[in-house]
Design a protein around this ligand. Sequence first.
Ligand code: ADP
Length: 477
Amino acid sequence: MTRVLSVASECAPLVKTGGLADVVGALPAALAPLGVEMRTLLPGYPAVTAKAKGGKVVVRFDDLFGGKATVKAVTAAGLELLVLDAPHLFDRPGSIYLNDEGLDWSDNPERFAALSYAAAFIAINGADGWKPDVVHGHDWQAGFVPEYLHGLSDGESDPPFVFTIHNIAFHGTTSGDRLETLKLDGWRFTANHYEFWGQICAIKAGLTGAAKINTVSQTYAEELMTPQFGMGMEGVLQARKTDLTGIVNGIDLDVWNPETDSEIARYKTAKGKVKAKKALRAEFGLPDSDGPLCVLVSRLTSQKGIDLLIDALPNLLSRGGQLALLGSGDTDLEVALLELASKHDGVGVKIGYDEALSHRIIAGGDAILVPSRFEPCGLTQLYGLRYGTVPVVALTGGLADTVINANPAAMAMDAATGVQFSPVTADAFGNALLRLCDLFEEPNAWAKLQRNAMKQPVGWETSAAAYSDLYAQVLKG
Ligand code: ADP
């Protein structure tokens, strides 16, 4: 039995802004059959404390970065949670990361330093007799764990730290004069540890302090070592190259199951897909059409290539294709998409975050679009594969690793599962949409693609084994 303390700022189904939450929420159940007992340390945001009621206080802090705090052990949504109840840091309305003006909460460095500190404290002192063998941190919010392990321990007995990068774009950087407030050891404010261009950098602390680093696909792991994708961390990652691996995310096969999904008429056959598509068209006010109904569910940001979609869309519409889109994010993209929808009958846009609708969309679409400029793993293309909703994806990160492009060889070998495009430009995307329309117009080719897609394994089995192996490696030293 290996005990692992997972440390993260999000965890589905309790609190989620993106794929990080899905992974953190899925890992414990995926790893349990492999002899890994995982507990998840989460901030006590209102969303978490509302769902994870009660519990037992297992750690108390008289002053944790400016106020009293406790850690409560509680079971919720099938997860063994350790909730960091620190009202001065986490009990506030609105977004977990942003204030009313859409800016980072000014005390985000302290908020997530506190999370990392609590993790290190539990790793060294245990919580109600439970002591982890490994600490597994996710993204910059857990980056300072190795620093606090260093500060709190005798240096001999601290458990190894595994660090997973879900998105390198967020660094958790703050001014160099906050060393004391963040309880960091000033001697280590150097380029070898967490200093980055004169600032304190949480993700760098994690990258330099981890025994092993992984990210959520092999292609993204390689991309991260280049200036184009490394976002300034490429040098740090090149230096850790031998300790860096990629493990692709899985999806929850019970939650994303076309045969049991309560959001749609069940379908085991192509007929069911037709029904789900009809219902989706009705929901989005789209007329009938012979072209493919393309869907997209995403944060609306430049990372996700939404501007490329806006430019490439005329190609799809020119062939009778349609778009049903659900997302929220940058205001200018939201406005541009709503404008498109008002101009074209074949475009339906819903701005917002809606899990149930996302199921109906994935189920009802013919194809799911993921034109991301970078994509560590990506989940919606995996949902698409499972639902026979053919992915059209940029050739980057996890999209490159999880979709097999429908070139003639892959079609002939019955291996193709989707359409990929490269370079990641509006032109190339536009051409991919035309290729999609060509395939859609050939019923045999289309049925083949859908069948191949639905056969592709997208669950956690292989990846959970890879994580378990990673823990075994760090435990061996
Ligand atoms: P990222 O983590 O970069 O946002 P991923 O593809 O890894 O991208 O994960 C996004 C997750 O969030 C998926 O589960 C996706 O279905 C979900 N999601 C994104 N936007 C919405 C939305 N507007 N409504 C419902 N679910 C959404």
